[in-house]
Design a protein around this ligand. Sequence first.
Ligand SMILES: [Fe+2]
Ligand SMILES: [Fe+2]
Length: 250
Amino acid sequence: MSNNSIVQISDTHLFGDKNRKINGSNSYQNLKEVMNHLLALKRKPDLIIVSGDLSQDCTFESYQHLANLLNTSGIKYYLFPGNHDDVDVINKVFDFNWIKNRVDYSFDFNKWFINVIDTSVYPEVVGELSEDQLKNFEKSLSQNKNKPTIVFMHHHPLPVGSKWLDNYILNDAEKFNSIVKLNPQIKAVLFGHIHQVFEKNIDGKFYGSAPASCYQVLPKAEMFTIQNLNAGYRSIELDGDKFSSKVVWI
Ligand SMILES: [Fe+2]
Ligand SMILES: [Fe+2]
């Protein structure tokens, strides 16, 4: 059985101005450090997935910085929007022809099936999935039932125990979670948005976040509180149809 690795980077929050900081961290420099770290690994990841909040100011330049850093790495990558992103501007840089609030897609990764579902509702902070999106999600799962599957999304579909942050959870997450529950081939649901590490096993499925590549926030806090940590990412190993992952801090 061959091993395959994916790196999930999240919440890059880039600005057009490379020197600009967000909540004390230089988001461009942080992402550059993550990419340099990945390139220095003895075994580079086979795939990078960037799980939303790509830009903080939605400028053409901010997405160009992201494209440059990813393209020069030579590592295959996928990305999708978060609540901070403007799909119209992303389309101009990456030439995707994405439709706002409906950037749902899936692809095969060796024997695995990767399902990306767009929870963003530009320009709202909260996440939402339309009836149509849920229907299409169910359809693509049923058409790929025999493949071990990972679902990637931006918003958290489970409360993380932070009062302020759980206001920005995925709306109607129960519907999404019930679909996940009914599909035993789903091994993991991975998300970003919360700028902290969250991990939980439900019925043998792993729900987890990637920390942000920019600033981190304190878990279980009543109010927004910055945590003084470096950039991090989630490193995923697929061994046959076994999923395992861990968070790596730079
Ligand atoms: Fe974010
Ligand atoms: Fe977000």
